[in-house]
Write a new protein. Structure first.
Length: 105
């Protein structure tokens, strides 16, 4: 296999980890993170903030053990799904607050 068929993926978090794979084994992403036990949380904190209105798609094992992150504009179905998830989260937080208030009485 020639070197032209290979690509080297570096962790976006700056930890220095990288992997070299065949191009066909790498999924398309804007950012790749190693998620290592030592530096994974630090690397994750280096991801840029998400632009307003966009969604971040995360794909595990996008390049061997590296996770791939892709920022994109949502279609109508994805936007509706995000809205439903936010409503469920809001309802859950409200329910937890009510339960906490009941215990204090």
């Amino acid at each position: 296999m020639s070197n032209a068929e290979k690509v080297t993926i570096h962790c976006y978090g700056g930890c220095g980890r990288y992997i070299t794979l065949r191009r066909s084994k790498v999924c398309n992403a804007h950012f790749y993170l190693c998620h290592s036990r030592q530096d994974g949380h630090k690397c994750l904190s280096k991801l840029p903030t998400l632009a307003a209105g966009m969604v971040r798609v995360c794909e595990m094992n996008a390049a061997a053990h590296f996770w791939g992150y892709r920022d994109e504009w949502p279609d109508n179905e994805t936007a509706a799904s995000v809205m439903r998830a936010r409503e469920v989260l809001t309802a859950g937080i409200a329910q937890m607050a009510i339960e906490k208030a009941r215990k204090c009485i």
